[in-house]
Design a protein around this ligand. Structure first.
Ligand SMILES: Nc1ncnc2c1ncn2[C@@H]1O[C@H](COP(=O)(O)OP(=O)(O)OP(=O)(O)O)[C@@H](O)[C@H]1O
Length: 229
């Protein structure tokens, strides 16, 4: 079992002191190497769920077990190291470092993982996302879709156990959409990486054997006083 959420509750504190319940998940699991698309309405809690799975946000209660460890229970420094080593991200907003080239962004991602830097693998990944001729460009000198492709290469470079992707094809044209989707899926399959991909695009979701609708398994409670964070 690569990912298991049990009895996970998450709410946000609103300015008036009330709590906005966003997640109420009794059980959600992905097997190692499984690939799922996650769909749901805007504001439904998809990004919150990814942030809870990765340990960026602490749940109010419940278990979030990634690769056998309940990350919600790990001390912060241990959780940060665990995340860097085990979880890859493709963010909606790329989060590339502006002062560094495409290649350096991928290499830096590798160095944070603690696995050591494999320059050849970084170049191979950039080649596979069609950026061999852009490796020495900084983000400012790349199109939005090219930046997105760098962020995909960076996420895969760490050989994560779990890859979380938040709308990774939102900013690219249809040709590059297929390229990025196939790169992510094939690389995950080759390395038995578990993949959870948030998307609004049904044509993207429908390329997955497993499509999970958040509202089917997420029942935020109306009684937020239980929440503590
Ligand atoms: N930091 C925050 N503080 C308070 N409320 C928040 C915060 N972040 C998100 N929310 C609220 O939580 C709900 C879920 O937000 P989230 O971003 O997880 O949804 P989403 O499904 O990813 O939406 P979208 O598809 O539009 O990106 C929304 O109603 C949002 O307004």
């Amino acid at each position: 079992m690569s990912l298991l959420l049990e009895n996970v509750r998450k709410s946000y504190k609103e300015p008036n002191g009330h709590r906005l319940p966003v997640l109420g998940i009794d059980r959600y699991a992905l097997e190692q190497g499984e690939q799922a698309a996650l769909v749901g309405s805007s504001g439904g809690g998809k990004t919150t769920l990814l942030n809870v799975i990765s340990g960026i946000l602490a749940p109010d209660s419940g278990q979030v077990v990634v690769d056998g460890r309940d990350i919600a229970k790990l001390p912060e420094a241990v959780r940060d190291r665990f995340r860097a080593a085990k979880i890859g991200f493709v963010f909606q907003t790329f989060n590339l470092l502006p002062a560094f080239t495409a290649l350096e962004n991928v290499l830096l991602g590798m160095s944070f993982s603690g696995r050591g830097v494999d320059r050849e693998f970084a170049i191979t990944l950039l080649d596979r996302v069609g950026l061999r001729s852009r490796m020495n460009h900084t983000p400012q000198r790349m199109s939005v879709g090219e930046q997105q492709r760098v962020s995909v290469a960076r996420a895969l470079a760490n050989k994560p156990a779990l890859l979380l992707a938040d709308e990774p094809t939102a900013n690219v044209d249809p040709g590059n959409q297929d390229l990025i989707l196939n790169l992510i899926k094939d690389t995950c399959k080759e390395n038995s990486v578990t993949l959870l991909m948030v998307t609004h695009a049904m044509e993207v979701a429908n390329t997955f054997e497993r499509v999970d609708r958040l509202s089917d398994f997420n029942k935020p409670e109306a009684s937020p006083q239980e929440a503590s964070a």
